[in-house]
Design a protein around this ligand. Sequence first.
Ligand code: NAD
Length: 480
Amino acid sequence: MRTKQQALFIIFGGTGDLAKRKLYPALFELYRKGILSEHFAVIGTARRPWSDVHYQTVVQNSVSADDQQQANEFSKHFYYQSHNVNDTEHYVTLKKLAERLDQKFQIGGNRLFYLAMSPRFFGTIAGHLKSQKIVTADGYNRMIVEKPFGRDFKSANELNRAIGQYFAEKDVFRIDHYLGKEMVQNIFALRFGNNIFRSLWNSRYIDNIQITLSEALGVEERAGYYETAGALRDMVQNHILQIVSLLTMNMPASYSETDIRREKICALKALKIYQPQEVKQNFVRAQYVAANGLKGYRQEDQIDPKSQTETFVAGKIFVENENFSNVPIYIRTGKRLQTKATRIDIIFKAVPGNIFTTQQLADNILTIKVEPEGEISLQVNTKKVGQGYQLQQQQLNLFPADKLQLIPEAYEKLLADALSGDATNFTHWEEVAYSWKFVDAVRHAWDQQRAALATYSCGSMGPKQADQLLSADGRHWIFN
Ligand code: NAD
């Protein structure tokens, strides 16, 4: 059970897309559940000259409420300050407003600074919060930062240093919203709460792991950012490698932030870093081309018609720790694919010796459908009812999709964690650092080789080269 929290949120980027689509609805859910009640307030800041009343209307419109009165009461906790993050004077005004609201709502000095804007401002904001004494002495002061955390190890390290001058690691909450997803959190219960999985979770019994994060949308309004990032930086460095760490880490000594993060760091440190030639063998990058009435990537607004940015990446990676060193982990992510889905398949090794000589045994596959279904199932072989002895494949449904409506949004869970000071589902700096080191090696090889990008049609499941990556090993994508 979560207890009632008291906190002042200061959101930098309060007029932005993320704030409206994710943060305000998440805060409203915490309010509806009573985790936030009287003793909280939010200061939204951004450059636009909005009034408090206008801001409160925006907040109210961004939450879907059956109870309009409740949404109205909620919005009365929101205040707006027009603020240029580079202007020291604005922090003086911000401090006064923060102190006034702290008094008014009896918050007790707890502050959460949410940086929902471009990372290039993070260092400046952190410095001003300290120098202008917006951090308090009598409560906690936590900083939540959004992705992307750098664009390679070097820039991430610089960013971390800029923040680290003012905020201790324990107070920096780096968001990876996949860690707030119910089904991703379920990996722990499956792996460490069941001896049948715990004892089989190693290279003796697991043949390979497949992770797919597919998106049906194109670049939409994020084209400018995407063109400078690409799928490897945008999805692999963070979400996919985080999932890899949860699947391959050793069992932590306890279910606690320190022990879990320690083991995740070890797993990411054990990622096999590829030489350029190995990147060529183990990674595929591609771009979507027009099909099914949809534009190709190079025809999208704000995109260079000769762009070399990958909108799809597939790869075979290894975590060289005791349990997983020989288990290929196939990963895949891209835009404009057939469907929006996040799915993990754990394929177990075949039974050694098939006594049913005339019939093939299907693989045992543990499937975690992170979204849209929110479902966990296990494929097994059973006997068909009736005369003779025929086998059939069956799906044991371990976590049926009908619980979907009970699943809280990732941001709601992560904000509740940050309020209670639990950083388990946020990424530690060392996790970020090892992930970038892995990704940098791939990026470096691509930049060196200048190899032509593969292409795939909008609405497909990616280029044929991504299928060949598995067929070369005598395997195929389970999710197709
Ligand atoms: P956005 O462009 O919609 O909003 C940016 C905000 O920053 C606006 O409120 C703008 O007024 C403010 N801003 C910009 N320059 C400023 C300045 N000099 N002083 C004060 N305010 C300034 O961006 P967004 O989509 O809301 O994304 C915000 C952050 O969250 C980015 O780092 C982005 O990468 C990350 N993110 C966004 C999403 C998403 O779904 N939108 C998803 C993941 C991560």
